[in-house]
Design a protein around this ligand. Structure first.
Ligand code: TXA
Ligand code: MG
Length: 342
């Protein structure tokens, strides 16, 4: 199959593919998604195949209006409505209890709930409206690879496997949406994202759970996707924590670099300040955690295209606000390894 790269002018063609049960990758403000008609089980099954995704891992249903959510979900609570008013369109995915038998098992992974998201990208909202159906959309990467933040990343992973990619340039946020489980008595964050715990609590005026504090190491995490290996580059990533001294990192590199170059991804100010060994070419993650989140997956993918790198040292930040989402992804790519363990 030839994978076409489509632009805004070719939106109708992208919508035709969706209606015909084909797969189209779509842009969002977080990462690129892999779209299929959520009401067409054959089409949804193709999503799992193209990504190599375990079939018990449910998909997010992307909508362009709240009425579609109300069609499938049990009546929305007052809190859900407040969160929708405040954060949609935007990077908050919410899990609601479903009415019986409204979505196929391939969408829900057999759960009685589904995740809904109203993305903040006009091109994709237009695509959903034009196709006239809600769209499932996991991140458009091969399972286990960093989520794609450009059309080229999608092309790299899925060329020949999907009908088209709707190109809208690089995504803005760079890490996937916050996943908030609204199906129980107390809302629970299953995956941190740009909409933070504090943002949510401010709107609903009560505390929300945070899986970090509740899931023991032997328990199964609630969002099935969180148990799979994620974002793992070929090189071993080591996190350089905010309290570590980057000059120590530079000195470690000078001492240990032998046959392979060693990668560095750090804030610009750190790159400037440190006295690096001659052959180190540090990659800038910008000025702050917003820049770093925007760039993280792109830079990890760039390193994957350069297999000579076996070790990467990466900027750690305080795990608060957007930093929590960033550190969640960085920890997975590093398999929890830190510079201070070396
Ligand atoms: O930013 C995003 O959310 C992107 C863009 C494309 O919208 N999508 C995305 O989808 O990251 P995906 O499939 O890669 O991640 C969705 C996560 C998975 O960890 C999945 O297990 C979880 O949400 N999830 C989906 N439906 C769920 C449900 N009903 N209950 C619990 N977890 C669910
Ligand atoms: Mg994903």
């Amino acid at each position: 199959m030839e994978t076409k790269i489509l632009t805004r002018e070719e939106l109708t063609q992208a919508a035709d593919y969706i209606r015909d049960g084909e797969l189209v990758s779509f842009p969002t403000e977080t990462v690129y998604g892999l779209g299929a008609d959520a009401t067409n089980e054959t089409a949804v099954k193709k999503v799992y195949q193209a990504k190599g995704r375990p079939s018990d891992n449910p998909l997010i249903v992307h909508v362009a209006d709240v009425a579609t959510v109300e069609k499938y979900a049990q009546p929305l609570s007052a809190d859900a409505k407040k969160l929708i008013d405040k954060f949609w369109p935007g990077s908050l995915t919410m899990i609601f209890n479903l009415k019986p038998d409204v979505l196929s098992k391939s969408v829900t992974g057999g759960l009685s709930t589904a995740a809904f998201r109203f993305p903040n990208n006009q091109l994709t909202l237009d695509l959903i409206k034009e196709a006239g159906v809600p769209m499932v959309g996991p991140s458009a990467n091969t399972s286990g690879k960093p989520s794609p933040t450009t059309a080229m990343h999608v092309y790299h992973d899925l060329k020949g496997k999907i009908a088209a990619i709707l190109d809208d340039g690089p995504t803005e946020v760079g890490v996937e949406s916050t996943v908030l489980d609204m199906s129980g008595d107390v809302p629970a964050i299953l995956r941190p994202g740009a909409v933070t715990k504090a943002d949510i609590e401010e709107v609903i005026g009560r505390e929300v759970n945070d899986e970090r504090h509740h899931v023991g190491t032997n328990e199964v995490p609630k969002a099935p996707g969180m148990k799979y290996k994620h974002y793992a580059p070929n090189a071993q990533v080591y996190i350089v924590d905010p309290n570590d001294n980057w000059q120590d990192v530079a000195n470690w590199i000078a001492k240990n670099e032998r046959n392979h170059p060693i990668g560095v991804m750090a804030y610009k100010k750190i790159i400037k300040k440190i006295d690096w060994p001659e052959n180190v070419e540090p990659i800038s993650l910008g000025e702050n955690v917003k820049d770093a989140s925007h760039l993280l997956f792109k830079e990890l993918r760039d390193f994957d295209d350069q297999p000579q790198y076996k070790i990467i040292f990466a900027q750690g930040v305080k795990s608060e606000g957007l930093g929590e989402a960033y550190m969640n992804r960085l920890n997975k790519s590093a398999g929890q390894m830190h510079f201070n363990q070396l």
